[in-house]
Design a binder for this molecule. Structure first.
Ligand code: HEC
Ligand code: HEC
Length: 182
């Protein structure tokens, strides 16, 4: 008959106790993790939706924060049909319609599939415009963020030095990037 070693059994006992304690503490810790948009509302409950703000209709194109940002829509889109039967956006934003409507034609990326083949029609993955483009509203952001434009980042002393001495430039930029996300 195999004999059990007491130290091993004791170690297992301690491990079991720790595991139990961790399990009991974990939910209490999770309560501290509050989603900025949900607030402290428990997952099972519904949050109070924020007020809807009126859409701006100023025809003023906003500056993009970075090159690949989908530009915000500077006009109202209320009632524009956008389903499998008709795309009201492309009615104005197609390449061939821009002269007549004064709109900015959708860029080439909207005709490209994921393998970068350029298609004749708008790519299915870019068909539902409002998946990426949102109208403008004069309101405070729902969640805070510490995004820093790359232009601002380049103007920082660290970035300039890195760019001048020609070495460690990217490392410097990386450092300031990490600082800004804090
Ligand atoms: C009646 C024509 C028309 C329709 C329909 C239309 N747009 Fe526009 N759009 C324009 C014009 C004109 C502009 C140029 C700025 C302005 O005058 O508002 C523009 C500007 C934009 C811009 C800004 C581009 C930039 O570089 O800043 C976006 C994004 C946009 N529209 C998206 C949409 C989406 C999405 C829809 C459908 C929900 C849509 N538009 C429907 C005419 C239209
Ligand atoms: C998957 C996200 C996505 C979808 C869907 C999408 N776009 Fe875009 N759009 C972008 C991004 C990102 C840019 C900026 C970079 C670029 O041109 O690809 C952009 C740029 C644009 C621009 C500015 C083009 C320029 O040359 O300045 C217009 C206008 C526009 N989109 C309209 C539309 C319309 C209309 C639709 C629907 C048919 C649409 N987009 C669907 C992501 C999207």
């Amino acid at each position: 008959m195999p004999t059990r070693s007491w130290p091993a059994l004791l170690a297992f006992g301690v491990w079991l106790l720790l595991a139990l304690v961790t399990l009991c503490i974990a939910p209490a810790n999770a309560q501290g993790l509050v989603d900025a948009m949900r607030g402290p509302t428990p997952v099972a409950n519904e949050t109070k939706p924020p007020l809807l703000f009126p859409t701006e209709n100023k025809d003023i194109r906003r500056t993009r924060n970075y090159t690949m940002q989908p530009p915000t829509i500077p006009h109202k889109i209320d009632g524009y049909q956008l389903d499998r039967d008709f795309n009201r956006c492309m009615f104005c934003h197609a390449r061939t319609k821009s002269e007549e409507t004064g709109s900015i034609p959708v860029s080439i990326t909207h005709y490209m599939d994921r393998d970068n083949n350029v298609l004749a029609e708008v790519s299915p993955r870019r068909y539902f415009c409002t998946q990426c483009h949102v109208p403008q509203a004069d309101t405070k952001p729902l969640v805070g963020n510490s995004f820093v434009d790359v232009e601002t980042m380049l103007k920082r002393a660290g970035g300039e030095k890195g760019a001048k001495d020609g070495k460690g430039g990217s490392a410097k930029a990386g450092t300031s990037g990490t600082t800004s996300t804090k």
